[in-house]
Design a protein around this ligand. Structure first.
Ligand SMILES: [Fe+2]
Ligand SMILES: [Fe+2]
Length: 237
């Protein structure tokens, strides 16, 4: 086997910048294949969409939450990087995917040459993003929890025929619009939902998302903010 004397343009484009950027992580072929494989595994076991749409949105929201709360630009970028990588553990197993994904992300980010302190911030966020066994242990984790739990939307349902049978699909399908509104002056974060009550009653939302709301409230508190919920223009919490 011969070794090419010069690197291709694609190889050169993959030399990690220092510091490692959000765009580099998001666009790296390995990261993209991990995300797609994780999502494909979840599709096999009937879960809602957790692919590039979900992690891209979570990245943007996590970045914006910290930005609007006045955090340094680099910390906001780390939240975006955590957003890209947060669900890759699903490629191994849905159970404990937060912790598994954190270790996988550590390996990737170490290879990219990210400095240890930043790697630790990102993997602590990933390892704590799940509502049942995670806590906002740092600001990036808090932003990731808020962003992840706010992605409830019709487009995440893979098979609308199932909405009669599956409460998660039904609630997601009923949500026509979701927006995490950060009021930096009042230090108040509101999850604003537009729900079609003909598909799912608001009570169903609470039935399955109560733990998510509690995790989000804890995360908001970590950032020095309060959390509210608004459904169809009515403030509920
Ligand atoms: Fe997750
Ligand atoms: Fe997620």
């Amino acid at each position: 086997m011969t070794t090419p004397a010069t690197k291709t343009a694609a190889d050169a484009a993959r030399i990690p910048p220092n510091p490692v950027t959000f765009e580099f992580v998001r666009d790296h072929p390995r990261v993209r294949s991990y995300i797609r494989t994780a999502d494909a595994s979840l599709e096999q076991i009937g879960y809602t969409e957790h692919g590039e749409r979900h992690v891209g949105l979570v990245s943007r929201i996590a970045y914006n939450v910290l930005k609007r709360m006045g955090h340094p630009e680099r910390e906001c970028e780390l939240a975006a990087i955590a957003g890209v990588l947060h669900d890759i553990g699903n490629a191994v197993n849905r159970d404990h995917h937060a912790q598994t994904g954190a270790v996988m992300a550590m390996q990737i980010l170490n290879e990219f040459g990210m400095e240890d302190a930043e790697v630790l911030t990102v993997i602590a966020a990933i390892g704590n993003h799940h509502e049942n066994d995670g806590d906002p242990v740092n600001a990036v984790a808090a932003a990731l929890i808020l962003a992840d739990k706010s992605d409830v939307h019709r487009t995440r349902v893979r098979n609308p025929d199932m909405i009669r049978f599956d409460i998660h699909d039904r609630v997601n399908y009923a949500v026509e619009k979701s927006f995490l509104n950060v009021d930096e002056d009042r230090k108040h974060i509101t999850l604003e939902l537009t729900i079609d009550p003909n598909i799912s009653h608001v009570m169903e939302y609470f039935e399955i998302f109560m733990t998510r709301m509690l995790a989000s409230r804890k995360a908001a508190k970590f950032l020095g903010a309060t959390l509210g919920l608004q459904v169809n223009g009515n403030r509920l919490v």
